[in-house]
Structure formats: C-alpha cells, structure tokens
Ligand binder design. Structure first.
Ligand SMILES: [Zn+2]
Ligand SMILES: [Zn+2]
Length: 417
C-alpha cells in the first residue's frame, strides 16, 4: 500500500525548489546587509516554554500545538513559532552579558495544527528576526526596515500593505483594558461565546473578533491608540515619522493586537492586498525575557511566512529566469569514452563549471536528443572522430554555432566564456 504525505505538509522539488532557493538567497543577503547573526534552535522544546512564552489563552497554545509525551515521559512540543525558543536560548546562553543589541535571524520550519487555507500549511517555514537589548523605537524601525526590505527585493512591495499600531505598555494598557471592559460590559450578553470568554481572560483580543454582531458593538469602543501614555505616544509618533523618512508606506490599523500574548507598544502586520491574508508581522515584546526567567530585556522582532511569499511570487509571475542552467552537457561515444574523459570532467567541475553527462547508458543518439531537451548553454560532443583526434565539437545552444576544441580544461573554459 502506498503511503501519502500528512495533511498540511509539502514536498518541495524541481521548479518550486528553485523559487525557494531564490528567496533564501535574498534573505541571506538582507541578513548580511543588516549585520544579523543566524541562529538555529531545536525543532522541539519543553511544552511549558510555549505555554508560558506564547500564552495559555492563545489559539496557538490551546488548539494548534503538536504536543506529545516522549519515551521518557516528558511533555514535548514541536515549535509553533520561534520567538520563545530564541528567548530560551538567549537566557540559557547568557547573551544578556553581550554588548547590546544582540540581533538574530532565522529561517526555520514550524508546526501548527491549523485549518488549511491558501498558502497555509501545518508544517510551514518562516524567516524572522529578533533584536534584544534596545528599548528605543529605532530598533522597531530597524525591524520593520528589514522585513520591508525583503518584500522590496522580491518585487512585492506594491502587493502588500504594512499596518502598524501601538498597544501600549503595561501601565497605559492596564488602564485602557479597564476602560474597554467598562464599555463592553453592558453589551456582553449580545456578543459571541468567544468574546464572553475573552472578556475575563484576554479582553484585548475581543477587538480581533470577526463576528458581525460583535463588530457592530465594537464600532464605538475606545481604542488603545487613543489611550496611550506620554512615553508610548511619543514612541509611536517617532516611529511613524521614521517610516516616512525611510519612504516605507504604512497605514494605522487600531484593531491590530496580534494573536500572541507577549507583545507591547509597536505591533505590525503585512497583508497581501489582493488576497486579504497576512504574510508576516511582528512587534515589541519587552517582558518576555523576564517572563521566561531572564533579566529584564527589551526586545523587538518579526516573522514572515515564506510559503505565502512563494505563493505571491508565483501568482504575480515574479519568478522568471531563476531556473538552474547546465553550462555543458557532454555527449560521449560509448562507455570507454565516458571513462576516459571522467578525469577531465571532474577537473572542469572543480573549476566551477556546471557539467552534466549521461549515467544511464543512453545511446549516443539518445544523448544527442536529450541534450536538445535540457536547459544547457553548450553541448560537448565526443564521437568516433573526436576520440581519435582528442578534440570535441562544442555547440552553442543559443546560436547553434559549432567549433572544435582541444580536450583540455583550459581550452574548454576559454571556449565557453
Ligand atoms: Zn504606555
Ligand atoms: Zn465576538
């Protein structure tokens, strides 16, 4: 019996793999330009890390985690996001004794048992950045600049909208939540079940509700952005003028609160305009390091879903000409010629020339036919006469032009330049 892949997982190969590698290359370039350090953390962590770090009342922790007991009876969870794991690593490795800021980037697979949607998988890949040790809005600005830069470099900047908001600090948010609850309390009976539960456990997330009846009630609710303390309000103003100076377009969306519990002050999201789906987001999380047992450390970061980025690149046909081309395909008379020229081919490959040759014992004719079909710049033909004279016919596949070349590394390299 055949075994199929699990729901929500992907096999990535051929053309799609080329697109993935293209995106990954752009990401590495950006990480280098912003002087970020790559970090790789384990795929599984103690379940408690996410319960404490992401928040017990979030959908991620409540409904979506892949949690199991290992053979030693420990509760293990496949990471549903990376921030908590990086913070764990930050504390465990004593990064707080390093000079600030400590800046990490990652590209990694994560796991959430979610409903399937366009561009959403249960095993998915994110690119993200975490910046530790700065409480300045300048770090928020830097994190937005990095993420926006990726959309720009991929030609997607005009296909997405950056929405920003401030959800305040522990001080002004506490006061705001009381105000919000006071406003909602008389309407609570007319709201959905989720909102009723959130009213006590996480009232801020009521603003996230998509139900029509709740939306109507929330229309006149007080907004956190209008209830910020002086410090939070100044930071938000500075952030906005910084974005304008950097020519990064944005809109303010007072309803963004983000699904995870650990954010404060700046929060932001990228939405794909034509598809109305989130492609990434982030924000500040000044209390998370402390919550997970470290010293107080301000921090800001983001994550971008690469599956959706790939989907957009394909939808908008922004991925032309990234197919890998073979430099030379060798067509060889027979097995003897094959073996005789393997040394030469090996030297060419060591010099960085991309060479392919038949390894299926195809006939000379079948090799010639195959060479026509594949994407290669040159075909090097070594038939009966060529073996005798130790020369080859080199055919330029773009122009059809053929020349004779001596069968040594240097003359072949010179002829394909
Ligand atoms: Zn505040
Ligand atoms: Zn509701």
């Amino acid at each position: 019996m055949k075994i199929a892949k699990q729901k929500g997982t992907r096999d990535i190969f051929f053309d799609d793999m080329n697109i993935w590698q293209y995106v990954e290359k752009k990401i590495r370039e950006i990480a280098n330009n912003y002087h970020l350090n790559e970090i790789r953390t384990p795929v599984f962590e103690a379940t408690e890390l996410f319960a404490r770090g992401v928040g017990e009342e979030t959908d991620v922790v409540n409904k979506e985690m892949y949690t199991f007991l290992d053979k030693g009876g420990r509760s293990i969870t496949l990471r549903p996001e990376l921030t908590a794991g990086i913070v764990r690593s930050y504390i465990e490795n004593g990064f707080d004794s390093y000079i600030s800021p400590v800046k990490f980037w990652y590209m990694a697979n994560m796991y959430r048992y979610e409903k399937m949607q366009k561009g959403r998988f249960r095993e998915f890949t994110q690119f993200g950045v975490e910046i530790f040790g700065s409480n300045s809005y300048l770090a928020d600005l830097e994190s937005i600049a990095i993420s926006y830069n990726l959309y720009q470099n991929l030609g997607l900047a005009d296909k997405i909208t950056l929405s920003i908001n401030s959800i305040g600090c522990s001080k002004c948010r506490g006061e705001y939540i009381e105000k919000l609850k006071k406003y909602i309390r008389p309407h609570l009976d007319n709201m959905c079940e989720t909102c009723k539960i959130r009213f006590d456990k996480n009232p801020l997330r009521i603003l996230d509700c998509k139900e029509e009846k709740c939306n109507l009630i929330l229309q006149n609710a007080p907004m956190i952005t209008d209830n910020l303390c002086k410090e939070c309000s100044d930071d938000f103003e500075n952030l906005k003028s910084g974005l304008t100076k950097m020519s990064i377009p944005f809109v303010i969306d007072k309803k963004i609160v983000r699904g995870l519990d650990y954010y404060n002050k700046t929060v932001y999201e990228y939405i794909a305009n034509d598809f109305k789906i989130a492609t990434g987001g982030g924000g500040r999380y000044d209390t998370l390091v402390e919550m997970l047992g470290g010293k107080h450390t301000p921090a800001v970061g983001f994550g971008i879903g690469l599956d959706r980025i790939i989907m957009l690149l394909k939808e908008y046909h922004l991925i032309n000409d990234i197919n890998q081309k073979t430099d030379i395909y060798f067509v060889l008379l027979n097995e003897e010629a094959h073996l005789n020229y393997l040394g030469l081919i090996s030297k060419l490959r060591n010099k960085g020339v991309n060479v392919e040759l038949d390894i299926c014992n195809k006939s000379f004719k079948a090799q010639l036919k195959y060479a026509d079909k594949i994407n290669c710049n040159y075909v090097c033909i070594i038939g009966e006469d060529e073996v005798k004279n130790n020369i080859a016919i080199l055919k330029n596949m773009a122009t059809g032009e053929q020349v004779n070349v001596d069968l040594n590394v240097q003359s072949i390299i010179n002829s394909i330049k």
